[in-house]
Write a protein that binds this ligand. Structure first.
Ligand code: COA
Length: 259
């Protein structure tokens, strides 16, 4: 089911802006281990390369990301802090320079939680965010169990994380997950224009400002990611997740009545 094609992630650098594009439309931009590794490595390059001042994530006008590849979850579940997904998540959580995202269409699971580590998020009005971890027999990742309650307020976080139902761009704007809602045809260009504006600013001031905003929580975020990762890894192998993944593959509703 999963492919290890490096075209699934496109990395383009121009004018101080690195753009990382999820490009696996046939699978709705769901992310395999190989894709996490490519994004982890691109982020590490962007961190070290003085010529890169800003990074932008984007998908397609119709879909940002359908979350983790379900086949990969079954065949090659992530194993701890050495896994590509953990490397990617800790890389974006500690990335010192501005990180932007342009999001259109579905943004499922990590397609939403990765945005918590972006500084600016621009959404198409077709964006649909969802955190279906419970529905998959799993638990939150990417420190979302810490950051979503802080951002949304507890009750709206509980709604998003316990029910796992999609919420649209306007609701995401209201809770502060996105900065601006645009027509899907304009979101990517708008994000690029903001990225260019940032790339023209003094990098030392951008980095120091971001560091000062983030430093109070950095350790707590990383600690939460480790704790979530341990639970997530265990739950991936348990009956509820197995039933959810099998049901997804068989295109039926999962039956948790005996679990
Ligand atoms: N992993 C693997 N394959 C996936 C996938 C995923 N996360 N998401 C979608 N696909 C595949 C589908 O199985 C389908 O394959 P097929 O053409 O062989 O039938 C193809 O991509 C198209 O998906 P489809 O569901 O038909 O598209 P849609 O436009 O109706 O819905 C989504 C798009 C993103 C809403 C829907 O695909 C979805 O909910 N995906 C699963 C999300 C999920 O639970 N992710 C895990 C989060 S932790």
């Amino acid at each position: 089911m999963s492919t290890d094609n490096s075209n699934d992630i496109l990395v383009h650098a121009e004018g101080g802006v690195m753009t990382i594009t999820l490009n696996r439309l046939s699978r709705k931009n769901s992310i395999t281990s190989a894709m996490y590794a490519l994004m982890r490595d691109a982020i590490a390059r962007a961190r070290d390369d003085a010529a890169i001042r800003v990074v932008v994530f984007q998908g397609h006008e119709t879909v940002f990301c359908a979350g983790n590849d379900i086949g990969d979850f079954q065949n090659a579940p992530p194993a701890g802090e050495e896994s590509p997904v953990f490397g990617f998540l800790s890389g974006i959580a500690t990335f010192p320079k501005p990180l932007l995202a342009s999001v259109c269409g579905p943004a499922v699971g990590i397609g939403t939680t990765m945005l918590l580590h972006c500084d600016l998020v621009y959404a198409g009005d077709n964006a649909a965010f969802s955190l279906p971890f419970v529905n998959l027999g799993l638990c939150p990742e990417a420190a979302s169990s810490l950051l979503i309650p802080q951002m949304f307020g507890y009750h709206r976080a509980a709604e998003a994380l316990l029910l796992g139902e999609p919420f649209m761009a306007e609701a995401a704007l209201e809770v502060g997950l996105v900065n601006r809602v645009l027509p899907p045809t304009e979101a990517s260009n708008y994000a690029q224009s903001i990225a260019r504006k940032l790339a023209a600013k003094p990098i030392s001031s951008l980095v120091e400002t971001k560091r000062l905003m983030k430093q109070g929580q950095q350790q707590a975020v990383l600690q939460q990611m480790v704790e979530e990762g341990a639970s997530f890894g265990r739950m991936l192998r348990e009956p509820a997740a197995k039933e959810a993944f099998t049901a997804f593959m068989e295109k039926r509703r999962p039956d948790f009545s005996r679990i």
